[in-house]
Design a protein around this ligand. Structure first.
Ligand SMILES: Cc1ncc(COP(=O)(O)O)c(C=O)c1O
Length: 405
């Protein structure tokens, strides 16, 4: 079928919840995608911070093909080795003592919120609440600019009203405080708060890194009120910032951490990592999923984890992140740039105008770039990106900005 017919059929058959450029991608190699006309695009989006190893990594592809020919799915009613291997790696490389597997970022956050509710229920609920019933500790503090997903719980903790309003009522008890403003949290924190959820580096909301002081302050407040601190590292975790976990750089440890996007190298997966005190609150039957952590996705994730967690790999991300940061500062027109911020290969360029036309022009010039909110360009390339590719992407961005000034 030719490209135009295919695009017409997309309109006919697929629910129109996305705005897509008129490109049909057919294959990828490393940091480059190829469309149905054979045109190459440098991928500075990585499928929204997913394809950490780039496209069609040969080790990943081989492991997935071999596993697919052996066993793909059993459900969580049975043991499979790849899941257990992956859980061991995640636990041994983090603060966590146990892992729960699911299929996406939003599900990982749903699980985190449910686990926080169950922890508080066991400890404070079951008849000891204000009215002598229920859980007195159900409130959740979330933040301005946050994005935690599209299902009802995650959506309730997502800041953007446009995403939330049409779907209300969502889960109740969510209070929004100001990101990086501890006083705004102190003002709403009390014994009824069961959890505080945030991204150590905010993604969708505009690439805002949390300060170490802010995270330290949140940790202390959570300890004081026995609220669980949840870090959503779905976008910023697993090497993206040049550290295996984004929070590592600050020394502040959560009670729960959610990860997803890059973990299985493009296959759907999510994981909720918890400390022992949270794990103690969960029993068989409390939560579950049919697909989560199946042998195929976990085999893929084991390959991704083994590569990304290597010190050399993380050093490469830090070096490329610095290179990108320098190039952006050097080359982009200062009169159009409001701020350049981020960590590692998670970089945001805030402009003095909406970015929609800029991202379109970058794509037309063969570089895939997306926005993070209306005014921020989001640069989240595959973590295997090299200097030459960074230089090319920034040169295209410079050309586009200069042409549209
Ligand atoms: C920080 C963060 N949390 C949660 C999600 C939701 O993940 P998913 O789209 O896999 O449900 C995203 C997705 O962009 C995200 O960036």
């Amino acid at each position: 079928m030719n490209k135009q017919d295919l695009i017409q059929q997309e309109k006919n058959y697929i629910l129109q919840t996305y705005v897509r450029p008129e490109i049909v991608f057919e294959r990828g190699e490393g940091a480059v995608l190829y469309d149905s006309d054979g045109r190459a695009y440098l991928d500075f989006n990585a499928g929204i911070a997913v394809s950490a190893l780039g496209h069609a990594d040969p080790d990943w592809a081989k492991a997935v093909a071999e596993q697919a020919s052996k066993l793909t799915h059993t459900s969580n009613l049975y043991h499979t080795a790849p899941q257990i291997e992956l859980a061991k790696k995640l636990v041994e490389s983090s603060f966590a003592d146990k892992v729960y597997f699911c299929n996406s970022g939003t599900e990982a956050n749903e699980a985190a919120l449910k686990f926080a509710r169950k922890y508080a229920w066991n400890k404070y609920g079951q008849g000891t609440g204000d009215e002598g019933q229920g859980n007195p500790k159900t409130k959740i503090i979330a933040f301005s600019h946050s994005f935690h997903g599209r299902t009802m719980g995650s959506l309730a903790t997502t800041a953007k009203e446009k995403y939330r309003k049409p779907f209300e009522p969502l889960i109740s008890g969510v209070i929004f405080a100001e990101f990086n403003d501890l006083a705004s949290v102190q003002a709403v924190m009390d014994d009824s708060v069961g959890a505080v959820i945030l991204e150590p580096v905010q993604g969708e909301g505009g690439i805002y890194p949390a300060t170490a002081d802010f995270l330290r302050g949140l940790r202390a407040l959570c300890d004081q009120y026995d609220a669980l601190l949840i870090f959503d590292e779905i976008q910023c975790g697993l090497g993206r910032t040049g550290y295996l976990w984004a929070h590592e750089a600050t020394g502040v440890v959560p009670d729960i951490m959610t990860i997803a996007k890059p973990l299985a190298g493009g296959l759907p997966i999510g994981a909720t990592l918890v400390s022992q005190k949270v794990a103690n609150a969960l029993q068989p039957g409390d939560h579950g999923t049919t697909f989560g952590g199946g042998p195929l996705v976990c085999t893929a994730a084991n390959v991704v984890f083994d590569k990304v967690s290597q010190p050399d790999f993380l050093a490469h991300v830090r070096a490329m992140g610095e290179h990108l940061h320098h190039r952006l500062h050097e080359m982009l027109p200062a009169d159009q740039v409001v701020a350049i911020r981020g960590r590692g290969l998670m970089m945001g360029v805030e402009l003095n105008r909406p970015v929609a036309e800029i991202t379109k022009a970058c794509v037309a010039n063969g570089v895939l770039v997306i926005g993070a909110g209306d005014m921020v360009l989001r640069l989240v390339p595959p973590l295997i990106i090299n200097e030459e590719q960074i230089d090319h992407a920034v040169a295209v961005l410079q050309k586009v900005l200069s042409a549209q000034s």
